[in-house]
Write a protein that binds this ligand. Structure first.
Ligand code: PEP
Length: 250
């Protein structure tokens, strides 16, 4: 029995005051009861304030990035122990925006995953193909490389990881993958996890879908057998739409 997980990736949005308001509104509307594990991932600058705001409610705190070293001369970077110190429980890694704009490689994803797990947090590892890769029928090849290289050697600890399947062409575009495409990709990823860590781990790992999830399509996507909630970008910036998506996991 996998508990669905719905995470809001706020990206580079929300000043501290706005972040507090949004987190407070989400917490109030969830009203102590949530059909899914809920994670809010504000920008670094608002982590402390959002953490304080959600302390007594269901949402958990997540970060959007981390450096793999725990300390040292890495100007501008934030380490996993620093995030844990702020009560973060999750960290997003390998998001397609970081892969595209900041050259995040699978090797770096793996280093980050190791650092996150060592600090007692859980990684949300994003994988997914571009439109060109899908159109040239390379989706499975690309996703396999990302999963195998980004999670190499993690073994049984994969139980503590969340994988987010996010087709790049569906992120922020309003274009959602069809239920068939989503189920096929999720089952494929679960199969790879089975090869890497065994069937028991594969059955326990949660695989979120991300890419233009909205209140109108969330229930259909979340009902798919291998979908365990979602990673939500744009629709997580409004309490109304985010809470409606969380409730679709019911
Ligand atoms: C994302 O950035 O992870 C994402 C899924 O964005 P959106 O929901 O806006 O497509």
């Amino acid at each position: 029995m996998r508990i669905p997980i719905v995470a809001g990736n706020w990206k580079m949005n929300e000043l501290i005051g706005e972040a507090i308001d949004l987190a407070a509104e989400v917490t109030r509307r969830l009203d102590g009861a949530s059909p899914a594990e809920v994670v809010l991932c504000p920008p670094f600058t608002a982590l402390r304030a959002v953490g304080d705001t959600i302390r007594s409610g269901p949402p958990k705190l997540g970060a959007q990035n981390v450096h793999w070293e725990s300390q040292g001369a890495y100007t501008g970077e934030i380490s996993a122990p620093m995030l844990r110190d702020l009560s973060c429980e999750y960290v997003i890694v390998g998001h397609s925006e970081r892969r595209a704009h900041f050259h995040e490689s699978d090797e770096n994803v793996l280093r980050k995953v190791e650092a996150i797990l060592a600090a007692g947090m859980r990684p949300i590892v994003c994988v997914g193909e571009t439109l060109e890769q899908r159109e040239t029928e390379r989706t499975e090849e690309v996703v396999r490389v990302q999963v195998e290289n980004g999670l190499r050697g993690i073994g049984d600890r994969l139980r503590n990881a969340v994988i987010a399947y996010e087709p790049v062409w569906a992120i922020g575009t309003g274009r959602t993958a069809t239920p068939d495409q989503v189920q096929q990709a999720h089952a494929f990823i679960r199969g790879i996890i089975g090869e890497m860590a065994g069937e028991a781990v594969a059955g326990a790992v949660r695989i979120q879908y991300g890419g233009s999830v909205k209140p109108s399509n969330a229930a259909e996507l979340f009902a798919l057998p291998d979908v365990d909630g979602g990673l939500i970008g744009g629709a997580s910036l409004k309490a109304d739409s985010f809470v409606a998506i969380v409730n679709a996991a019911r």
